[in-house]
Design a protein around this ligand. Structure first.
Ligand SMILES: Cc1cc2nc3c(=O)[nH]c(=O)nc-3n(C[C@H](O)[C@H](O)[C@H](O)COP(=O)(O)OP(=O)(O)OC[C@H]3O[C@@H](n4cnc5c(N)ncnc54)[C@H](O)[C@@H]3O)c2cc1C
Length: 443
C-alpha cells in the first residue's frame, strides 16, 4: 500500500562547495582534507557525535601505520595526526604489535575540534533522507532534523554513510555479497577478567543465557582502568541496511551484551558491570556499490602496486563467518588461519595454492584511486564500507586505518574535480596521490 506525499516547498538551509554525508572518520577526514584545500564544507551526521563505529560503536582499535616488518611507516595523513593529538591527553596507547587502542570518548572530542578548526559547518542529529538531481549531477541533499526538513545545496557530494544511502538513491549498480559479515554490539565492562576463561563459561552456561560460542575479542581502553571493550558475540542472519533487521540487531546485540555480564556475575565468582553499551550496533557489512575498479583479494595479498595508489595497508583479510562460529584470517605472509569458538580451535593453512602465487611475501598492499570512481554521477563519490571489493579484499580493506585514507582521497578528489571544473570520472588518480602526499599522506 502507498500514499502520495503532497509536494511542498522546503528551505535551503546551507550552501557549500562540498557536502559530506556521514561523519565517521572516513567522512570527517574527507571534509578536513577538502577544507584544507580551500573548499567550503558541510557535514551531516545522524548521531550525536562524529566517529561512527569508532565512537558510537565503541570499536577502539586502529591498526598499525607501519609495514609488516614494523619498520617503515606506510600510513600517515590524518590518522597519524589524530593519534598524535590523542597522545597529548593519554587517550591512545600503542600495543606491542604497533596497533593503537583509543579512548572513543576522547576521539569524539578531537573530531569535534578538527571540524571546528577547519570551519566546517556541522549538522549533528541530522538524517540525510533524499537527493535532488539535475541530470547526472546532484544539486541538493535533503535532510531532516529538529528544524524539520530542509535542503543543502552543494557542488559536490561525498557519501560516507557506510550503507551508501546516497548511492542507493542515485540507483547506482550495487550488490550484496553471498555471505555478509555479521554485526556485533560492543560494550564496555567493568571488572577483572584475569584468569577467567570466557570460552569455558560459555560452553557450560551459554545455553542458559542464550549466548552462542562464537569467536570474539576484547581489549583495554586507555585511561579507563579495569574496564575492557568487549566484542564477544554476533547477531546472525541480518542485513542491517533494512529497518526491521537493524532494529532486531540492536535489541538482540544489547541482550547478548547483558547476558555475557550476567553469566559472568553468576558463574565466575567475581563482580562485573555493564558500563556502557554502544549507541549504534557495529555493522560490518551491508550493500556494496560498483566502481571502475573492484578490489580483489589476490591483488592485495600479493602486493600489486599502482601509480594512482591512494591507500597503503597491511591489515590481513579478516572474515567473520556468516554461517558458523568461525573467523578466517589470511595474512600477507601466505598463512591462512580459521578460528572457531571462544576457545579458538584453529585450522592453519596457506592461501598460496588458492591464488597460485609462490613469490615473495609483500610488506604492504595498495589500492588505486579508480576504486572510488562510479560511472554515473559527475559530482559524487561513495567511500567507506560500501566499497566495491570481493569477499577477501573487503575483509582487509574494511578497517578504519584503511577507510580513513580513502576518505582523505575522496576529499582531495572532490577539490580537484571542482578546481578543474571536470567530472569526477576525468580526474587523474596520479594527481590525487600527489596532492595526498603533499598534504601529509605516506604514499
Ligand atoms: C564490531 C566491529 C569491530 C570492528 N573492529 C575493528 C577494529 O578493531 N579496527 C578497525 O579498524 N576496524 C574495525 N571494524 C571495521 C570498521 O570499524 C568499519 O568497517 C568502519 O568503521 C566503517 O566505516 P564507515 O565510515 O564506512 O562507516 P561507519 O563507521 O558506520 O560510519 C557511517 C556514518 O554515517 C552516518 N550515517 C549513516 N547513514 C546516515 C544518514 N542517512 N544520514 C546521516 N548520517 C548517516 C552514521 O551514523 C555513521 O556515523 C570493526 C567493525 C565492527 C562492526
Amino acid at each position: 500500500m502507498y500514499i502520495t506525499e503532497p509536494s511542498r516547498r522546503i528551505p535551503v538551509c546551507y550552501e557549500a562547495d562540498l557536502c559530506v554525508v556521514g561523519g565517521s572518520c572516513t567522512g570527517v577526514f574527507a571534509a578536513v582534507r577538502a577544507a584544507r584545500l580551500g573548499l567550503k564544507v558541510v557535514i551531516v551526521e545522524k548521531q550525536n557525535c562524529f566517529g561512527g563505529v569508532a565512537t558510537a560503536g565503541l570499536v577502539n582499535i586502529w591498526h598499525s601505520l607501519y609495514d609488516v616488518d614494523g619498520k617503515n611507516q606506510i600510513i600517515a595523513g590524518l590518522s597519524h595526526e589524530v593519534i598524535e593529538r590523542l597522545k597529548k591527553t593519554d587517550a591512545v596507547r600503542e600495543t606491542a604489535k604497533r596497533n593503537f587502542q583509543l579512548n572513543p570518548n576522547n576521539l569524539k572530542v578531537e573530531l569535534d575540534n578538527l571540524i571546528k578548526e577547519h570551519k566546517i559547518k556541522a549538522y549533528l542529529h541530522t538524517y540525510y533522507s533524499a537527493l535532488a538531481c539535475d541530470g547526472n549531477r546532484i544539486t541538493h541533499a535533503i535532510i531532516e532534523n529538529k528544524d524539520g526538513r530542509s535542503a543543502i545545496k552543494a557542488n559536490f557530494f561525498i557519501d560516507a554513510t557506510g550503507d551508501g544511502d546516497l548511492a542507493r538513491d542515485l540507483r547506482l549498480p550495487s550488490y550484496v555479497g553471498k555471505s555478509i559479515q555479521p554485526p556485533t554490539s560492543c560494550f564496555f565492562m567493568l571488572g577483572d577478567m584475569t584468569g577467567i576463561n570466557l570460552g569455558d563459561l560459555v560452553e557450560k552456561h551459554g545455553e542458559e543465557f542464550g549466548v552462542d560460542n562464537d569467536w570474539g575479542w576484547s581489549t583495554e581502553v586507555p585511561g579507563l582502568d579495569n574496564i575492557t571493550l568487549r566484542a564477544d558475540t554476533h547477531v546472525y542472519n541480518v542485513l542491517c541496511s533494512r529497518a526491521d533487521d537493524l532494529t532486531h540487531a540492536e535489541m538482540e546485540g544489547r541482550r547478548q551484551a547483558d547476558a555475557i555480564v550476567r553469566m559472568l556475575n553468576k558463574y565466575s565468582g567475581r563482580k562485573f558491570a555493564l558500563v556502557n553499551t554502544c549507541s549504534h550496533i557495529g555493522i560490518r557489512e551491508t550493500v556494496h556499490y560498483k566502481t571502475r575498479y573492484m578490489a580483489n583479494e589476490r591483488a592485495l595479498l600479493t602486493g600489486k602496486r599502482y601509480e594512482s595508489a591512494v591507500l597503503n595497508g597491511t591489515y590481513r583479510v579478516d572474515i567473520h563467518h556468516s554461517h558458523d562460529n568461525g573467523i578466517t584470517f589470511k595474512y600477507l605472509d601466505g598463512t591462512t588461519a580459521t578460528h572457531y569458538g571462544k576457545n579458538e580451535k584453529i585450522i592453519i593453512g596457506s592461501w598460496r595454492d588458492e591464488h597460485n602465487y609462490y613469490g615473495e611475501s609483500t610488506k604492504y598492499y595498495q589500492l588505486p584511486f579508480e576504486n572510488l570512481i562510479q560511472e554515473q554521477c559527475v559530482n559524487f563519490i561513495a567511500v567507506g564500507r560500501m566499497i566495491h571489493a570481493d569477499e577477501g579484499a573487503f575483509g582487509a580493506l574494511r578497517v578504519m586505518i584503511n577507510l580513513n585514507q580513502l576518505g582523505e582521497a575522496a576529499g582531495v578528489a572532490s577539490w580537484l574535480s571542482l578546481h578543474r571544473n571536470r567530472p569526477i570520472q576525468e580526474i587523474d588518480g596520479v594527481e590525487v596521490r600527489s596532492l595526498l602526499k603533499q598534504g601529509g599522506s605516506a604514499l
